[in-house]
Design a protein around this ligand. Structure first.
Ligand code: PMP
Length: 408
């Protein structure tokens, strides 16, 4: 008998579907503002110069090979990944338990699976409204049956709905799980200010909620790793230093090694009040999750990122590369708004320049987005999220005209 007879056909992933339509669109002026991947000023994927150098160095090593890594992954990557996200002065040796993951998605999956095995999935989990769509299905797959949201984007003002956010933190059952975007919020490009972070984390502390930071864009908001880790560092060194904090870390965007799947999942232990045995018990859980799912994590990208993080010269080159990427995106935001201003496009477009990171939540409606695609070959998510990295000097005017036409 055919056991797969009644298999339900699921809808294709919306973002990857955009990619599919774009690929077969014959129009030569088509523009891809869909998937969040950096493009250079000619619209091409960019291999960071620091990555090129690291690849040469790693491959020239006489001991270079393709052996399996340990279950926990490449030790030098795990140590240095923790250092860049938690800061040089943080007590990584005593306070961090971590494992290499399949990029940020894999880190989220490890975190959700860990919580599932500890029955924390019986609690409510809160995501920002809106959030990255994949969050919801990763957590649902791990048995989180009560997926909720906290207000974040206020559509009318195009600003943070701080009161709504705080109110939800206050109203949520004590001990709920809160997933936070530490910087370059996807999809809105809107981050809380430092002052707002303090208030948010204080309220979370008051209600003893559990925090998981999902860091997929460190370096993309401001070009500075330290600035973009502000909220995480504030939590682990100050406001939430007495409780465990989970952190998912992706190197897809900031190193530009999207397809190589480099990432880490970290549990930051409280400053005091636990013993080393408890830390190693968590480590053993992380290893068991990885062993059954990946056996061992992928080695190639891990070696490249580790080489960058452990050499002063490569690290400096990488820092410059992040500035190159974040500055080009910044410039494109301004060029787009300049065009809309010149065209006297109805509405206020200041949010495009005040938002940070890869994305802009343009405020375009579903219908306007559909028209952008149909009439102008400009592709973006139906939510109105545009990947600003897809703009360049050759297409920004066209996109400006397209927006102008659809909003009139
Ligand atoms: N979290 C967020 C918020 C993201 O936007 C992304 C990438 N789109 C990820 C996690 C995971 O990305 P990756 O698995 O490619 O590292």
């Amino acid at each position: 008998k055919f056991i797969f007879k009644n298999v339900a056909k699921l809808p294709s992933d919306a973002l990857f579907a955009i990619k599919g339509r774009l690929a077969v669109d014959p129009r030569t002026n088509k523009v891809d503002l869909g998937i969040g991947a950096y493009r250079d000023n000619t619209g091409k994927p960019w291999i960071l110069p620091s990555v090129r150098k690291a690849e040469q160095i790693v491959q020239a090593d006489p001991n270079y090979n393709h052996e399996y890594l340990n279950i926990s992954g490449l030790e030098s990557l795990r140590k240095n990944a923790a250092r860049i996200i938690f800061g040089d002065s943080f007590d990584i040796a005593n306070r961090v338990v971590n494992i290499q993951s399949l990029s940020g998605t894999g880190a989220l999956h490890v975190g959700a699976t860990l919580m599932e095995s500890l029955k924390l999935n019986e609690r409510d989990v809160y995501f920002s409204d809106p959030t990255w769509g994949n969050h919801l299905q990763i957590f649902a797959k791990c048995g989180f049956n009560s997926i909720k949201s906290y207000p974040y984007w206020d559509a009318a003002s195009k600003k943070l709905n701080l009161d709504g956010f705080l109110n939800t933190i206050k109203e949520a059952t004590s001990g709920s799980v809160f997933v936070l975007h530490p910087c370059a919020h996807n999809p809105t490009g809107l981050d809380p200010t430092e002052e707002q972070w303090k208030v948010i984390l204080e309220s979370i502390k008051e209600k003893q909620h559990v925090v998981l930071f999902d860091s997929a864009y460190q370096g993309f908001a401001t070009g500075s790793l330290a600035k973009d880790a502000y909220s995480i560092r504030l939590a682990i060194t100050d406001i939430l230093k007495d409780v465990p904090v989970m952190v998912c870390q992706s190197f897809a965007k900031n190193v530009g090694m999207y397809g190589e799947r480099v990432g880490c999942f970290h549990v930051v232990l409280p400053e005091s009040g636990y013993n080393a045995e408890e830390g190693s018990a968590i480590q053993s859980q992380l290893e068991a999750i990885t062993r059954s799912e990946l056996s061992t994590p992928p080695a190639y990208g891990a070696k490249i990122v580790s080489a960058i993080l452990s050499s002063d010269e490569l690290y400096k080159a990488w820092s410059d590369d992040m500035v190159t990427m974040s500055s080009r995106i910044y410039e494109m935001r301004h060029k787009l708004v300049a065009k809309l201003t010149e065209l006297k496009t109805p509405g206020n477009w200041d949010h495009i320049t005040s938002q940070v990171g890869m994305f802009s939540y343009t405020g375009l409606s579903k219908e306007q987005v559909a028209r952008m695609e149909k009439e102008h070959a400009v592709y973006l998510a139906s939510s109105g999220r545009a990947s600003i990295a897809g703009l360049n000097d050759g297409n920004v005017e066209h996109v400006g005209y397209a927006i102008d036409e659809v909003v009139r």
